[in-house]
Write a protein that binds this ligand. Structure first.
Ligand code: NI
Length: 135
């Protein structure tokens, strides 16, 4: 239903997530509608490149538990396999357990997608964030 330039939608959210959202909204002073609009715009910006063919550039941010057996070796193997799209890698030892790796990438969106998916599948990888700019 579209009325006066806005569409009204109904969405389903797990109660815990909604509770977390509401408590964050109190801190930042947004209402739910504004928060969902921001989240949707961020989502679209973040994933727009996924459907694009051609060259993109950016970085993959990877948080992983380096004590997890084999994870560092696997991540290194994956990066060697995809060396043609990786321009540089920065490794930061965050604390006793966690490492942050920033992998700068440049190349076809398809191969970067493949690289990100392979890394994401590794056990021990806690978060992977893509900051990709379609050029
Ligand atoms: Ni480390």
């Amino acid at each position: 239903m579209v009325r006066r330039g806005v569409a009204r939608v109904s969405i389903s959210i797990p109660p815990d997530l909604l509770k977390e959202l509401d408590s964050m909204l109190e801190k930042v002073g947004y209402d739910r509608s504004r928060a969902v609009q921001i989240a949707i715009r961020n989502f679209l910006t973040e994933y727009r490149w996924v459907h694009e063919q051609g060259e993109v550039a950016g970085a993959l941010l990877l948080l992983y538990d380096h004590k997890r057996r084999g994870v560092e070796e696997s991540l290194t193997d994956i990066q060697h396999e995809h060396g043609s799209v990786i321009t540089s890698t920065m490794h930061i030892h965050l604390d006793e357990d966690n490492c942050l790796e920033i992998v700068a990438v440049r190349g076809s969106s398809r191969s970067i997608k493949e690289l990100a998916e392979k890394m994401m599948r590794e056990k021990g990888v806690k978060q992977l964030k893509l900051a990709i700019l379609a050029s």
